[in-house]
Design a protein. Structure first.
Length: 614
């Protein structure tokens, strides 16, 4: 343990000498536009990265594709298009929160989000917030959080957009978007449909991915209306319908089939009165799945959950202080093949404070307490600061206590006993982070060091009767270093941008002193794009280092390098119709690789996309 502390001190000293930078961008969206005000005002000392629509277009088929090439998050996929689980700063999938318009949407059943069920093309930008955020965003925001925010434009506008895609393995993709607005109204609709045989070759063998077909539909709609100059009503909705075969392994074929539906609706009323802003939110989240062990038979297992949320948010600004109080009440129920009727009532109170002590120094203090009927919740807190040493150089520091609540599977799985295992307690963690950034006219440098101590991690183990059940046994610590380098240059009509990320992650089981499984020591992404008039050429590089696949670190997957290359051209017809056509080659060098043991990923493949806006 002493060596770990020494390593952390060395990292901290190195940062002070290195003049590093955050990789994130400043969020400057207007208060009335962005629903997630916690992300807007209370992330002063936090590393935040905004992925704009131009980046999304290059990897917009799934949230997994987007983030694995543009963030430090590592993803595990059980074959391409199958269930996708993130590892953020060495934490597990249930310790990464996905936040939709300010609401945590991680599954009440599994505690995580499948990143292959979200289409980033339906959003103008995707925000990655690194580090602990449980005070602001609730359960699971330990390694970090991913934010999906809908925006409203209250001005005269109207457009339609169609995107057609076709690629290898009989993959077809269609996206439609439309938006209309006036000074009082803002309406938008987006729908994405994707279907694929997904029968790629297993390189080095004579086999194919024979049970990997999938199709899914993702629909999003928003409506905003100004009731008066100070009052606005907004409605959000998102539905995903998925139908997937589940790929087998390289050693065993499969006939598994999986159907799932998730639906999210949010009604928000906002009152903007000078330095006082209040919001009332009413949300309903629904999820349901059916799993068929053999798609040729009618037998299946299932699960579903319902979550009704009432949220009141009051923000008060006085001088250089911003105070924010939030009251949140959840009524949750679930049922399924392995879960008897389960219910949870949860109330949380949150207090957020940020203070601009001067133009150069800002800090925040936040606390949260929950009252829940089926477990004891810890008191959570976070503190963050940001100091601008000069116009180009700044330092940020934050610390927090975070948690993950037991899911319905953890508490009520009937296989764990007649009534489940209600003695399971929340996971908790303490985190500290130091970051710095230096920003020049044509470059941005970044370096961040972090340390996480996690306690009472939930692990499923067989009991004396041989039944698998969840217990709090595992403690772990994580530390690491993240670096970024962004370069940009323009010569008349030539533009060049080059974005690079590096992450070193060490995640250790305290009992065994072994690296946790599926946590790469190293990850590198590099994206370079050149634009000349209407033409664009880009290259994406991803390096995932070695990962262990067993807890005793006896087996592992080798690291691998992937390259993608693409070219596109924009066009305009009569100043009314505009568009873009692009071709992309994925896995350019036909690399044979796996990010989950015995589950090969696709060989070299191609994508053609045509976008038309009118």
């Amino acid at each position: 343990m002493a060596n770990n502390k020494t390593f952390l001190v060395v990292l901290m000293v190195f940062q002070v000498l290195a003049l590093n930078a955050q990789s994130g961008n400043t969020i400057v969206l207007e208060e009335v536009i962005l629903s997630d005000v916690k992300l807007l005002h209370f992330s002063n000392g936090i590393k935040v990265t905004v992925l704009k629509d131009s980046v999304i277009q290059r990897n917009g088929t799934s949230l997994t594709d987007l983030l694995q090439f543009n963030s430090t998050i590592y993803f595990k996929e059980n074959g391409y298009g199958m269930i996708s689980s993130p590892s953020f700063r060495g934490t597990n999938a249930s310790q990464t929160a996905v936040v939709w318009n300010g609401i945590n949407i991680n599954s009440q059943l599994s505690g995580q989000t499948d990143f292959n069920t979200i289409s980033p093309q339906n959003y103008k930008d995707v925000v990655v917030r690194s580090g602990g955020g449980s005070v602001q965003f609730g359960s699971g925001a330990i390694g970090g959080s991913v934010h999906l925010n809908d925006t409203f434009l209250f001005q005269e506008h109207y457009y339609n957009q169609l995107v057609f895609g076709y690629g290898s393995f009989q993959t077809k993709n269609v996206t439609y978007k439309t938006a209309y607005g006036t000074d009082k109204w803002s309406l938008s609709l987006g729908a994405n449909y994707k279907i694929s045989e997904n029968d790629y070759n297993y390189l080095g063998t004579d086999r194919k991915n024979e049970n990997g077909a999938y199709n899914n539909l993702d629909v999003k709609a928003t409506v905003g209306y100004f009731l008066s100059k100070a009052k606005v009503l907004k409605l959000y909705h998102n539905t995903f319908i998925g139908d997937r075969d589940f790929s087998g392994t390289i050693t065993a074929a499969a006939k598994d089939h999986y159907k799932d539906v998730t639906s999210r609706s949010l009604l928000e009323w906002g009152n903007f009165n000078g330095h006082k802003i209040s919001r009332v939110k009413l949300a309903y989240l629904y999820e349901k799945y059916r799993y068929y062990p053999n798609k040729e038979k009618s037998d299946f297992s299932y699960g579903s959950s319902n979550n009704l949320i009432f949220n009141y948010d009051y923000k008060y600004t006085v001088g250089n202080f911003i105070f924010n109080g939030i009251a949140d009440f959840n009524v949750i129920s679930a049922e399924g093949t392995n879960i008897e009727n389960a219910h949870r009532n949860m109330f949380s109170g949150t207090f957020l404070l940020t203070h601009h002590l001067s133009e150069k120094f800002r800090y925040g203090v936040n606390i949260r307490k929950e009252v829940v009927n089926d477990y004891d919740s810890p008191l959570l807190f976070s503190m963050d600061t940001n100091y601008d040493v000069s116009d180009r150089y700044s330092i940020n520091l934050n610390a927090s206590k975070n948690y993950r609540i037991p899911t319905f599977n953890d508490l009520y799985w009937v296989g764990a006993g007649a009534i489940g295992n209600k003695e399971v307690t929340p996971e908790s963690s303490f985190q500290a982070e130091l970051g710095q950034h230096i920003k020049g006219e044509k470059y941005t440098l970044g370096l961040t060091a972090y340390y996480i101590i996690s306690e009472d991690l939930i692990q499923w183990k067989p009991n004396d009767a041989g039944n698998w059940m969840p217990v709090n046994i595992k403690d772990a610590y994580n530390y690491g270093l993240e670096a970024s380098l962004d370069l940009r240059q323009q010569w008349h009509i030539h533009q060049l941008s080059w974005k690079n990320l590096y992450a070193y992650s060490k995640s250790v089981d305290k009992d065994t002193n072994k690296q946790l499984i599926y946590v790469p020591f190293h990850k590198i992404t590099s994206n370079i794009a050149y634009q000349y008039k209407a033409w664009e050429l880009y290259h994406q590089l991803l390096y995932n280092g070695q990962v262990y696949t067993t807890s005793d670190n006896s087996d592992f997957l080798q690291g691998y390098v992937l390259s993608n290359i693409g070219v596109g051209r924009s066009f305009e017809i009569d100043k009314v119709i505009s568009g873009k056509i692009g071709v992309k080659i994925n896995n350019l060098f036909n690399k044979n690789y796996q990010n989950v043991a015995y589950r090969p990923m696709p060989n070299r493949n191609y994508q053609l996309n045509i976008s038309i806006k009118f």
